[in-house]
Design a protein around this ligand. Structure first.
Ligand SMILES: [Mg+2]
Length: 228
């Protein structure tokens, strides 16, 4: 038995036969070349068991749950105001005094949104080491940042695109996504609207105050509108 997790959108995976929830699926799009059986399906997850003479594999396909790309500096570590504006919620960690500004209450609020949280920050994997534990979050997927091609770099500079924008669109792979960041601009919002066919919310957070109630309201409203 080999297990794989396959990320994609519903159109990439075999159709779910509602009349036979535990039976074979009438589809020739089996990713391993044999007829799959759907053993479980809901709005967000399809688990396909595929059998052949050679081997048996289980595909756990996360198909519809919206992503939430999380920036750290700005939304979760506010900055730019007088230092005494910011309460210290805990002792600084990792020699970084700014980590004291991470409000642990954001963890449950973010999880309650019901989307798949993904770190999208220059902290990269350090976010799982130092920020996630303060928030009580499990280890999350992390977007890493490839070097753009020279053509893309020149083009994006002309457009005024943020350096994260293309990488996030590629990472989302057709899934609905929200992105909270203190640096994204209207140029990013316009470009994603023109170049990404699925639902996407690019929401700018004020870095001086970090995530606020109004930001959560915006996220919740968008998530309810796109089925989150
Ligand atoms: Mg930031």
């Amino acid at each position: 038995m080999a297990d794989r997790t396959v990320r994609g959108h519903p159109g990439q995976f075999p159709a779910f036969d509602e009349s036979r929830p535990d039976g074979p699926v009438a589809s020739d799009r089996d990713p391993v070349g044999s007829r799959p059986d759907v053993v479980f399906s809901d709005t967000h997850t399809v688990i396909v068991t595929s059998a052949s003479n050679a081997f048996r594999a289980e595909y756990r396909c996360v198909v519809g749950r919206p992503l939430l790309f999380l920036d750290v500096d700005g939304p979760l570590i506010p900055f730019g105001g007088p230092p005494d504006w910011y309460p210290a919620y805990q002792e600084p960690a990792a020699g970084n005094p700014l980590l004291a500004r991470v409000n642990p209450a954001h963890g449950p609020r973010l999880q309650k949104l019901g989307c798949e949280l993904v770190w999208a920050t220059a902290w990269e994997h350090h976010a799982n080491s130092y920020v996630g534990p303060i928030l009580g979050l499990p280890e999350l997927d992390v977007v890493t940042w490839p070097e753009p091609s020279i053509v893309e770099a020149v083009y994006d500079e002309d457009l005024g695109l943020h350096w994260k924008t293309r990488a996030l669109v590629r990472w989302a792979e057709g899934r609905p996504f929200a992105w909270i960041d203190d640096e994204l601009t209207e140029a990013d919002q316009d470009w994603v609207a023109d170049n990404y066919p699925e639902d996407a919310l690019l929401h700018r957070v004020n870095s001086v105050v970090g995530l606020r109630d109004t930001d959560y309201v915006t996220l919740s409203r968008w998530l309810s509108e796109c089925g989150g």
